[in-house]
Design a protein. Structure first.
Length: 118
């Protein structure tokens, strides 16, 4: 596991799947607004002319020399909900990100967002 306060320093490092296959470079970290801990990362994926940011959970992620290893296969991450490289995740799209990875989603008691970029 990684230290949550250090993960922001990993921007640009490779994100790899459990088999060590490169998914793409780490772009951003999204924190769970309930715990204020890193919950998801965005990874740059796609062709050079059509880049996008795919979401991947950080639960169970580990770090190695120059990479962040997530516990999800490369194809699952590449098929995950994504945003444009200069886009933002709309609040109404948050449940789809969690559902893609079969993770439970509950908005806050007042309906507040679950994920935010610090």
């Amino acid at each position: 596991m990684f230290e949550p306060e250090d993960i922001r320093e990993w921007r640009g490092h490779d994100v790899v799947d459990p088999e060590g296959r490169k998914i793409g470079p780490l772009e951003a970290i999204y924190v769970d607004t309930r715990s204020d801990l890193p919950a998801f990362a965005t990874v740059t994926v796609g062709m050079p002319t059509r880049r996008r940011l795919a979401f991947v959970p950080l639960t169970g992620a580990t770090v190695g020399p120059g990479y962040l290893k997530v516990r999800y296969p490369r194809n699952l991450v590449r098929d995950s909900p994504s945003i444009d490289t200069d886009g933002v995740l709309p609040a109404e799209d948050e449940p789809a990100v969690f559902a893609h990875y079969e993770l439970p989603y509950e908005a806050g008691a007042a309906g507040e967002r679950r994920l935010a970029r610090p």
